[in-house]
Design a protein around this ligand. Structure first.
Ligand code: ADP
Length: 316
């Protein structure tokens, strides 16, 4: 049974349709990344999955049940880190977390253990006595993560945790998400940063309330380019390459040959080959180019900026 499942989920606010028929499955133990620009409907989807909003049409199941009908026990299986989270600035880091942990009806000893575990996990234990208002913005965000996991939820929803954080802090959050997944938890993470797709097990790209793309990072790359991408560097003047390489399409496995003029520099040229299977195609390309001035053949992992640009353009 998937942990999250939606079928034709539609959500409207008055006359405005924000989610236009979302079909989604999230399996246990994966990090699902919901990526999309501001206003795409990410928070609305997250709030529908956590039971704070009812779907206008369609079905939502979380652990097999509509989340808006969850009782206290079922709710405890979820952890939510919303975009806007209130910290008590005058209370210490630990007091803030204790306050949240009290809501979960844990015994004194259990609460003490879990508060410490959560603060150690986000590396704030040493700062536990500082007032929450006096720690950095990045630390406050990590305290919010601690608050979302203090009761050891099976499924964690995180709404734009890395928004406006620097790259080092963003990476740290993602390292923590991977650790939480390794503990067997399922994560549903929203972000505006397309490069974060690479850290997810599966990704959905939300644009205008529709899932414009859905799959593993490798599936999405393949879908965007029609195969895997090899980058070829050759000696020789730019401008001649794609013409002279077009015979490669006849050796099989090569779907498309394109000169990469932007990457051209001096007497070296670059070409991109779209191939059905890079490991199989690479040696064949090498042997077909026997005698040519081949400087290198690399498997290119295109950036997710490019992947999503192609996927969304393809759908529009
Ligand atoms: P994202 O999280 O991707 O930035 P949101 O889900 O917050 O997008 O918002 C998507 C759209 O839905 C926006 O145009 C927003 O104004 C609208 N919206 C969200 N919540 C409400 C609401 N409670 N009432 C009316 N419109 C809303």
């Amino acid at each position: 049974m998937p942990v999250i499942e939606t079928k034709n989920l539609v959500r409207r606010f008055g006359g405005t349709t924000v989610l236009r028929g979302i079909d989604l499955r999230v399996e246990e133990g994966e990090i699902f990344g919901l990526i999309g620009p501001s206003g795409a409907g990410k928070s609305t989807l997250l709030r529908t999955l956590t039971g704070y909003l009812k779907p206008t049409e369609g079905e939502v199941r979380v652990f097999g049940r509509p989340p808006e009908k969850f009782g206290t026990e079922e709710r405890r299986r979820l952890g939510v880190m919303p975009q806007k989270f209130v910290l008590y600035e005058n209370l210490s880091v630990k007091q803030n977390l204790n306050f949240v942990a009290r809501l979960y009806d844990l015994s004194f000893f259990e609460r003490r253990r879990k508060v410490r575990e959560a603060l150690e996990f986000v590396e704030l234990w040493e700062h536990r006595r500082k007032a929450a208002g006096n720690i950095s913005g990045g630390m406050q965000r990590r305290l919010q993560l601690a608050a979302a996991i203090v009761h050891s939820p099976r499924l964690l929803f995180v709404d734009e945790p890395t928004a406006s954080l620097d790259p080092i802090l963003r990476r740290r959050f993602w390292d923590e998400f991977v650790q939480l997944r390794e503990q067997g938890r399922t994560l549903f993470v929203t972000t505006q940063y397309v490069d974060e797709a690479a850290r997810c097990d599966r990704v959905g790209f939300l644009a205008n309330g529709t899932l414009a793309a859905l799959g593993t990072p490798d599936e999405l790359r393949r879908q965007a380019f029609g195969g895997e991408v090899l980058e070829l560097t050759l000696g020789g003047e730019p401008g001649q390459v794609s013409w002279s390489l077009s015979f490669l399409k006849d050796i099989g496995h090569v779907v498309e040959v394109r000169e990469d003029e932007e990457a051209a520099e001096g007497p070296v040229s670059h070409a991109r080959l779209i191939v059905d299977d890079a490991d199989v195609a690479m040696p064949q390309v090498f042997s077909a180019l026997n005698g040519a001035d081949v400087r290198s053949v690399d498997i290119l992992k295109p950036s997710f900026d490019e992947v999503f640009f192609r996927l969304v353009r393809g759908n529009s």
